[in-house]
Design a protein around this ligand. Structure first.
Ligand code: ADP
Ligand code: MG
Length: 683
């Protein structure tokens, strides 16, 4: 897509040079249109004068009167005290930053307007550093609209930003191609776009803002949905490996070899996947299933018809740890069937790497397992038919395009798996480009993890408890978290904790794993834990996803209040995988808020990942649920899912109408709202 923005559009506004432009860019503002979509956080009312006798404490108000006295009080912090009077009374003004010259302009009997928030100090109404403007003769006219207060940044004052937005607005609707793209029937007679923008930037007093915000949010959410549907349409119009409708013998054989039956939910989603694989077009499916619901097996069974038809399957895991575990699991399952499994990691030595690359390129490796190293440019697949992406619902467009290239003439099918339950609002907004399958039941016979919230002061008691479990043959994880999750500091915290635990439990075998260790060392430690050669594994959240050691039955999490509920639920999912009764002990900090406590208590009450993800969404926002808080990937300009979720059904059906309607509208909507981000996504 063409970048339609001109390089120095912003600098053509009066008062914008490179410095101001940089500040605007920091706010994510690159064009006039961005300025118009930058909405006020709140408003101030300078439309009416308030008399001293009628002031309300706590809200900024505009007054008019005279300065009748002033004095300077010396001291460590010099201050000026002025008396301000109108016809109804007197108030005190206190200034801490002032010059003599400035005070001279406020000499007795000049008329002033002041704007500020009054408070009552020992019975006297006072203003600390109000805005003061002096006038002579007739008072200047009052504002006829509320004053917008915008989110801003260093180097860009509120009046400056306000002025720039005013300039942008003055250029008018035509200038920006902001014509109404939606007809009134479709928007259910909500205000038109331009009116909404005007109403929000220059609001008339007394008119509530929310219908106008909603109008913008409606269009923005619609544009996002259209973008995702467009991406989806673009992807699935390609040819994909076409597969037989009969499941191959290999699948039946693997199922018979399993020591358990597939759950109904596993069978159902497998059918959904099979239908996609038989469609001739690339599958784009998100497989959701709570921790331990058996997604890996579904992935393996989905791979078999693809391999049977002569294609390769790649499974990509987010960490080396997990990819190694998958490689071991798939080798066990697939070696029975005579299918070759290869494992590729980023940290491999040159020679083994070259060998495996060769096998991938000549097709002798049928099932390839690795991290995102799999998508590096030097990796050439012989015939990639299916890519399975584990625990990676954030798998983005750019990666998807890379994947397409890996498939050569045919576009690979995609199966994206996640244990993070995705609340409906997020599924409808951020995952609208994917079909969704849900494994909604755990295999039978699992006992829920007994979750307790404990104070850190009880750490000693906890080590005793661990000791008792170790006596019975159990194993435990001890997870360290830190606010500043730099690799360095969190690794140090884990090291310190491991040392302490070694001292407290000298007769036990304590291991340590964190993100700064070499891959080989990590996998050695994991292997030792998994073989039962370690009793206790101190870890950072690297073990969050996927790690499967069924004998482990206790998980201790330090400072759980620092993590989202969905993430804690993931961690907790590392235990309760075997026959033993399992515990998750949350060692909360002593000074956590009641809200944090309530939030953590929810973990005690439910094992249902959906409920926890919903709670995260409500309490901490979407970034926390799907783990993209830092990247800002999920941010809307205007829409707020906690407020506007109610619009989503209407938007979904309108998106269908527009998608099937006349050309052009959908492109214009996407360009209007997402324009340059879309541009970034393609470079
Ligand atoms: P997740 O969905 O979290 O990735 P896994 O695929 O790691 O879960 O499965 C967790 C455990 O459940 C594994 O040990 C797996 O072998 C086992 N499992 C998978 N399917 C079933 C089933 N139908 N019945 C019993 N156990 C199963
Ligand atoms: Mg898994």
């Amino acid at each position: 897509m063409q970048n339609t923005r001109q390089p120095s559009e912003l600098q053509s506004l009066t008062g914008v040079g490179p410095k101001v432009e940089q500040a605007l860019n920091r706010l994510g503002l690159y064009s006039f249109r961005d300025l118009l979509f930058h909405l006020p956080a709140r408003y101030e009312d300078r439309t009416t004068l308030v008399e001293i006798a009628a002031l309300q404490p706590g809200i900024p108000q505009l007054l008019q009167g005279e300065i009748t006295a002033q004095s300077v009080i010396p001291g460590r912090r010099m201050q000026a005290v002025l008396t301000f009077e109108d016809l109804t009374g007197a108030a005190r003004i206190r200034l801490f930053h002032f010059s003599r010259a400035y005070l001279a302009t406020l000499k007795s009997a000049v008329s002033v307007r002041i704007f500020g928030e009054p408070r009552i100090n020992q019975g006297v109404t006072e203003f600390i550093h109000p805005e003061i403007s002096v006038f002579k003769g007739d008072p200047p006219p009052l504002d006829d609209t509320l004053t917008p207060i915008y989110p801003t940044t260093d180097g860009l004052s509120q009046p400056k930003l306000r002025d720039l937005i005013r300039q942008a607005l003055a250029k008018g609707a035509d200038f920006y191609a902001l014509d109404e793209l939606l007809d009134a029937v479709h928007t259910k007679h909500r205000p038109v776009l331009w009116d909404a923008l005007l109403a929000l930037h220059q609001p008339t007093k007394g008119l509530p803002a929310s219908p106008y915000v909603e109008r913008l949010a409606f269009e923005e959410l619609l544009a996002h949905r259209l973008l995702l549907l467009t991406r989806r349409d673009d992807y699935i119009r390609y040819q994909a490996p076409y597969l037989q409708s009969e499941a191959p013998e290999a699948r039946k054989q693997l199922i018979t070899e399993l020591p358990f039956e597939l759950t109904e939910a596993q069978q159902r989603v497998l059918k959904e996947i099979d239908q996609d694989l038989q469609s001739g077009h690339p599958m784009l499916r998100l497989l959701q299933g709570d921790v331990g619901s058996g997604k890996t097996l579904v992935a393996a069974l989905a791979a078999l018809p693809v391999i049977d038809a002569g294609f390769q399957v790649a499974l990509m895991a987010p960490t080396e740890l997990l990819s190694e575990q998958h490689a071991a699991q798939f080798t066990t399952w697939f070696s029975l069937l005579g299918i070759s499994v290869g494992w590729l990691t980023g940290s491999m030595k040159a020679q083994p790497r070259r060998t495996i690359l060769e096998h991938i390129a000549n097709g002798s490796c049928q099932m390839v397992i690795g991290t995102h190293a799999l998508f590096q440019t030097d990796i050439v697949f012989h015939r990639l038919g299916l890519a399975i992406i584990d625990e990676q619902h954030r798998f983005g467009v750019a990666q998807r395009l890379l994947l397409r290239e890996k498939g050569k003439d045919l576009t690979p099918h995609q199966l994206i798996m996640t244990a993070t339950p995705i609340p409906r609002t997020l599924a409808m907004t951020h995952f609208a480009d994917l079909d969704v399958s849900v494994i909604d039941a755990l295999p039978p016979g699992r006992t829920p993890v007994d979750t307790r919230l404990l104070s850190q002061t009880r750490a000693a008691e906890i080590t005793n408890r661990l000791d008792a479990q170790f006596n019975e043959g159990g194993q435990a994880y001890w997870v360290c978290t830190l606010i500043e999750e730099t690799d360095q500091s969190i690794a140090e915290a884990a090291e310190t904790r491991a040392e302490k635990l070694k001292q407290q439990l000298p007769h036990r075998r304590v291991g340590l794993v964190h993100g700064r260790m070499k891959a080989d060392d990590k996998s050695q430690v994991m292997a030792a834990f998994s073989h039962g050669d370690l009793d206790l594994l101190v870890a950072t959240t690297v073990i969050e996803v996927g790690v499967n050691v069924p004998n482990a039955n206790i998980m201790v999490i330090e400072n759980p209040e620092r993590l989202g509920l969905a993430q804690l639920h993931q961690l907790r999912g590392r235990v309760g995988r075997g026959a033993r009764v399992s515990f998750c002990l949350l060692l909360a900090g002593d000074s956590i808020s009641q809200q944090s406590r309530d939030r953590l208590n929810l973990l005690k009450e439910t094992n249902d990942g959906f409920i926890l993800a919903e709670a995260d969404l409500q309490l901490r926002g979407p970034g926390d649920v799907i783990g993209t808080r830092q990247t800002g990937e999920l941010s809307f300009r205007v829409a707020d899912l906690t407020q506007h979720a109610g619009l989503l059904d209407e938007i979904a059906s309108l998106a269908e109408t527009i998608r099937n309607g006349p050309q052009g509208i959908r492109e214009q909507l996407i360009e209007r709202w997402i324009g340059h981000e879309e541009h970034f996504a393609h470079v």
